[in-house]
Design a protein around this ligand. Structure first.
Ligand SMILES: Nc1nc2c(ncn2[C@@H]2O[C@H](COP(=O)(O)OP(=O)(O)OP(=O)(O)O)[C@@H](O)[C@H]2O)c(=O)[nH]1
Ligand SMILES: [Mg+2]
Length: 402
């Protein structure tokens, strides 16, 4: 399953974001470092289900369909706040950096209200600087990457002397951090380090390499606490200074209040939509009323929904470029072998093939795979067919042919 890591300084609202995205109750407070262990939960990437197009009523199994929107599970990790020195084990230490680095994509949350100081303590909005916070955290990650390379310098160098190139030795050390051999080769080539023994690298070369490697992990920025007056100013500054990132304005607290109201049956609201329906106004508590008023006031502004669903969707579909693919056992009825209509949908990275899909469904299926049938056209698709978003495909195997 795809993993998305939430990173950022302490008190920026990571756990609030996590709770809203997963609707699981976890400790939220304004004390620094409330979260001491990474929380792991399930969030959902939202896409328009193919059931609308095929005009059928789907019966989801591995996902959920709400009014024609398919919600596909992804793993989300809430990492404790990172502060200066985290890479040395300061604060809550570098074990969290490794958790973050193992994610497929990262959501870097900042407090756009400027409501935390450099140490992550709550201060009057406008006092803190989210841009500085962003760079502090990014620096920790780069330092951490650099420290891994330095710690393993001898082993990397030994391996280099055998093969005469740097990519494989570094890949071996960074394996598990979801950085591809290709990306490592590219970074080395860019810096002219492909054939230079790491034992001879200068400080600057270490630093530059760590920086490039860091940027290869897909990352988006969430400007949180946009409900606080004055945060627009910081949002504009973020857009200006960090213009090579996608930045999503967000109010994690508003989304959390809305989802809780849905959970209690008080409103109807599809995450990520701009509209909702209040079932019984008299039953809403103060926070829920606030969230609703907030959404009503801000929804006019084209940038602001609550930002949570958008962030997950952007991470999955824009940063990672995932395709949604629906395997079926019968391409005419669109059912699995139990008669369920469009039960499963899988997220596959760009350039995945039919064989990759079969592998994801079941490794045995991949072994016996013959070809696929495209449900839209009825055309036969070879094993090496590159999947497209919204493909609905019957997988034909040797056992079925017999
Ligand atoms: N106004 C406002 N406050 C928020 C929002 N999101 C979170 N907060 C508040 O910010 C404070 C910190 O929130 P947490 O979610 O605990 O922050 P965290 O980043 O998980 O903090 P650590 O676990 O210590 O790293 C709490 O008081 C939240 O209620 C938001 O969208 N708007
Ligand atoms: Mg937390």
């Amino acid at each position: 399953m795809i993993t998305i890591g939430l990173i950022g300084k302490t008190n920026v609202g990571k756990t609030t974001f996590f709770n809203a995205a997963t609707l699981l109750e976890k400790e939220v407070s304004n004390y620094p470092f409330t979260t001491k262990e990474p929380n792991i939960g399930t969030a959902y990437a939202k896409t328009i289900c193919v059931c609308k197009e095929f005009n059928v009523k789907c019966q989801p199994n591995n996902s959920v369909c709400i009014e024609g929107y398919r919600f596909i599970p992804v793993r989300i990790i809430d990492v404790p706040g990172l502060i200066k020195g985290a890479w040395r084990g300061k604060g809550l230490g570098n074990k969290f950096l490794s958790v973050a680095a193992r994610s497929d994509a990262l959501i870097h949350i900042v407090d756009a209200s400027g409501g935390i100081d450099a140490e992550g303590n709550i201060v009057k909005p406008g006092v803190g600087d989210p841009i500085k916070d962003f760079f502090d955290v990014e620096n920790e990650i780069v330092n951490w990457f650099e420290s891994i390379l330095r710690k393993n310098m001898k082993d990397i160098s030994k391996f280099f002397k055998r093969v005469g190139r740097m990519d494989a030795p570094i890949y071996k050390i960074l394996s598990g951090l979801k950085i591809s051999l290709n990306d490592i080769s590219e970074a080395l080539n860019k810096l002219g380090l492909y054939e230079k023994d790491i034992a001879l690298w200068s400080d600057e070369e270490y630093r530059n390499f760590a920086k490039i490697i860091r940027r290869m992990k897909p990352t988006l920025i969430v400007a949180n606490k946009m409900d606080v007056r004055g945060s627009e100013k910081n949002y504009d500054r973020l857009m200006d200074k960090l213009n090579d990132y996608i930045i999503v304005p967000c109010s994690a607290e508003a989304e959390l209040a809305l989802r809780r109201a849905v959970f209690s049956g008080l409103i109807e609201y599809i995450p990520g939509e701009e509209k909702f329906f209040i079932k019984d106004e008299s039953k809403l508590n103060e926070k829920q009323k606030w969230a609703i008023k907030y959404l009503e006031e801000r929804v006019m502004d084209k940038w602001i929904r609550t930002g949570i669903q958008d962030s997950i969707d952007i991470a999955v579909f824009k940063l990672l470029g995932m395709n949604t693919v629906y395997p079926v056992a019968d391409e005419k009825t669109l059912t699995d072998n139990k008669g369920k209509v469009l039960p499963d949908v899988y997220l596959l990275p760009p350039n995945s093939t039919l064989k990759d899909l079969a592998m994801l469904v079941h490794s045995e299926l991949a072994d016996s795979l013959l070809y696929g049938i495209d449900a839209r056209s009825g055309i036969r698709l070879p094993k090496n067919y590159r999947l497209r978003d919204r493909d609905v495909i019957k997988l034909v195997t040797t056992s079925k042919k017999r």
